[in-house]
Write a protein that binds this ligand. Structure first.
Ligand code: SAM
Length: 670
């Protein structure tokens, strides 16, 4: 191996005897203190001093740092060799250093001369140190205290100044004058410094990583900001108590109302509380609240939480109530008659079998039907052989009752605009053995253009269903102001169509019954009042029902036709049946549409029904425009169908001289 190569990458140069001596009292090798491990002792101090604070000449002489460091690291752990070759080694080192410096092209020979001379100076300084060490442990434990070494930068500074001082003082006492020792010490110092710098860099890296980790740490997720379901759930007990208390105050506001608080504040709060407590949208809660006195409103809302009795209607086309009751009793059904007001109704308390699937049901002996649903048919009181129109008939509870009252005579036109629902209508008609029904599916507003001249018309109108909330709780939240406007408008159009579909000359009839399963005024009294205004040829007559509340003639500042008092309201909390409304009109004569200049315009109610929605209002006006009946055309159509019917029955139409405006029934009878 050439010298140059050996000097660059060769085995660590062994410390000479001096270094071995100085390693410790016990002759332990130097590395424990001088180099290598994390705990860097005196060597570290020295290394730093040597590298950073070496006399300028030495610094100048130092070749490129890295190779030196590497060499030191390799050398460090090795115990100081005790062989005779040490001197050679030192010589080699000396040579190699010279060569290395020259080879690297960093220093020139002059530099190395400086180094040597500097080394001599430093060597002087080292001597006393080693001498001292000889006296004790070889290294001054205090001076090279490891902890102190590692303590802080200040310590380093202290070392720096120490070295400078030593240097400035000539440093003679610090180093031995042995060339090998000097070099070894210098290398040891460099190694120690290198180790210390490494340790420092490692520490800095570790700190930086820790800091990065800290900054990268996802901050803890804050909890409890959003309310829990429990927190969101209003305390119903508190609300219920407040409803009662506000009701008490409102009932005697003069004495109990808090000073400075208005009645409307209490009212707003109780409506809000009712909406929350019973689960209504505020709009509907207010609308329903306003129908009743305060206490009754609460009763109404309460009653909507309880199911109504299950009731059935005996199909008298197939059986008698007594027989049906017996048959069901035999099956273990617990029942009793609904009340005196009906001869066909039964209330079911308990049934071991589904009441919609008994053999009696399948055989059509009864219809599962709410008690309230009997009322409009009872009010209509269809007669045998009459022509009856059930304008909104599906699923047919009332149609089949009409047919039963007619004993399957005459004719009932069962119409429903919804074709799907019309299917269930057909099914019920078949099951109950109705044979006088004609099922059709028109928009009711097309009557009587489709066909007219009926003795009686039932308009069980499409409505909001506010009377059947106990059956369909979705009504509580899915009805908006707009729905009520649209429904009310449709109901007004339908009721005019129903009235106009009646034969004004009917000998046995001439009636229209208007009903809804809603309790709101705009769907009931307001519609009836509208019809009375629009059709001066009709009047309201008593329903014939001997129970039920009178309809409103005044409501929240609005006055209706006083005859509205003949209409009837039914409530869950009062009658233990679905909320219902029934009105009965008598058609007194043909309707003569007044000329436009006489105010004969059926559109005047439209804007009210549609509020602010201009487009909807326009649409409604258009529909109303189309809602002008051509009486002549109607008459011709009725006459034509009458002739066909008579011909079918074998009556000589020409000879019979059928009179205009008479229904088929009268003709046949004639
Ligand atoms: C209250 S339900 C009728 C219930 C039926 N009378 C009974 O007792 O089984 C109202 C009916 O009106 C129908 N309807 C809605 N709009 C209509 C319209 N413009 N013309 C005719 N029927 C309509 C609906 O399809 C619905 O079946």
């Amino acid at each position: 191996m050439g010298r140059r190569q050996r000097n660059k990458q060769g085995d660590p140069a062994a410390f000479g005897d001096g270094s071995k001596k100085k390693a410790g009292a016990g002759g332990k090798p130097a590395p424990a203190r001088s180099v290598g491990g994390e705990k860097v002792g005196a060597g570290a101090k020295r290394k730093r001093n040597a590298e950073e604070e070496l006399p300028k000449a030495a610094k100048k002489a130092a070749p490129a740092k890295a190779p030196v460091k590497t060499a030191l690291k390799k050398k460090a752990p090795a115990p100081a060799p005790e062989s005779e070759d040490d001197d050679d080694e030192f010589e080699g080192l000396e040579d190699s250093e010279v060569e290395a410096g020259a080879d690297d092209g960093v220093q020139n020979m002059d530099d190395w001369e400086d180094v040597d001379s500097a080394g001599e100076d430093v060597g002087k300084a080292k001597a006393s140190l080693f001498d001292n060490s000889d006296e004790g442990s070889g290294m001054d434990e205090d001076e090279f205290d490891e902890d102190e070494m590692m303590a802080s930068d200040d310590d380093e500074d202290a070392f720096d100044s120490e070295m400078e001082d030593d240097d400035s003082q000539g440093g003679g006492a610090m180093f031995s004058d042995d060339e090998g020792d000097l070099e070894q010490l210098r290398l040891a110092n460099l190694e120690a410094m290198s180790a210390r710098l490494d340790a420092k860099a490692a520490k800095e890296k570790e700190d930086a990583e820790a800091e990065l980790l800290q900054t990268n740490i996802v901050p803890p997720r804050p909890e409890g900001i959003l309310p829990t379901e429990e927190e969101l759930t209003p305390d119903l007990a508190i609300i219920q108590t407040r409803i009662r208390e506000i009701a008490r105050v409102l009932n005697d506001f003069k004495s109990l109302g808090e000073e400075g608080r208005s009645r409307s504040e209490y009212t707003e709060q109780i409506i809000q509380d009712i909406a929350t407590y019973y689960g209504y949208n505020t709009y509907l809660a207010e609308k329903l609240f306003n129908i009743f006195s305060i206490n009754e409103a609460i009763e109404f809302f309460e009653a909507n939480e309880v199911p109504r009795p299950v009731t059935i209607r005996t199909n008298t086309l197939k059986t008698r109530r007594r027989d049906l009751a017996q048959a069901l009793l035999n099956r273990g059904v617990n029942l009793e008659p609904i009340g005196k007001w009906t001869k066909v109704g039964l209330q079911i308390f308990e049934s071991p079998v589904p009441i919609g699937a008994t053999p009696e049901y399948l055989a059509g002996h009864y219809m599962l039907q709410a008690a309230s649903s009997f009322l409009p048919v009872m009010a209509l009181a269809p007669q045998e052989h009459e022509r009856v129109l059930d304008m909104s008939a599906a699923p047919g509870g009332k149609t089949t009752y009409i047919a039963a009252l007619q004993k399957n005579t005459g004719c009932v036109f069962a119409n429903d605009s919804n074709k799907d629902r019309a299917k269930s209508l057909v099914a019920n008609i078949h099951r109950l053995g109705v044979r006088n029904a004609v099922v059709c599916s028109y928009d009711g507003r097309e009557f009587p253009k489709v066909i007219g001249g009926f003795d009686r018309v039932l308009l069980d109108a499409p409505c909001s269903g506010t009377g059947v909330i106990s059956k369909d709780a979705s009504v509580k939240t899915n009805k908006s102001e707009r729905d009520f406007m649209l429904l009310s408008h449709l109901q007004k159009q339908l009721v005019l169509a129903a009235i106009d579909s009646v034969d004004p000359h009917s000998k046995t009839g001439g009636y229209v019954v208007y009903s809804t399963c809603s309790v709101t005024v705009e769907e009931n009294e307001a519609v009836v009042d509208y019809a009375l205004r629009k059709r001066p040829n009709v009047k309201l007559v008593p329903t014939g029902l001997d129970f039920g509340r009178e309809g409103f003639t005044k409501f929240r500042g609005k006055s209706f036709n006083p005859k509205v008092v003949h209409t009837r309201r039914y409530y869950p909390h009062v009658h233990n049946m679905d909320g219902f409304y029934v009105a009965k009109f008598k058609i007194m004569g043909p309707y003569k549409a007044p000329a436009k200049d006489e105010g004969g315009d059926e559109e005047d109610d439209v804007p009210m029904a549609f509020g602010a929605d201009g487009e909807e209002a326009d649409e409604a006006v258009k529909r109303d425009d189309g809602y002008k009946f051509d009486e002549e055309e109607d008459r011709a159509l009725i006459e034509e169908s009458r002739k066909k019917l008579l011909k079918k029955k074998g009556v000589n139409v020409r000879a019979g001289g059928a009179k205009k405006g008479k229904g088929p029934k009268e003709k046949v009878e004639a």
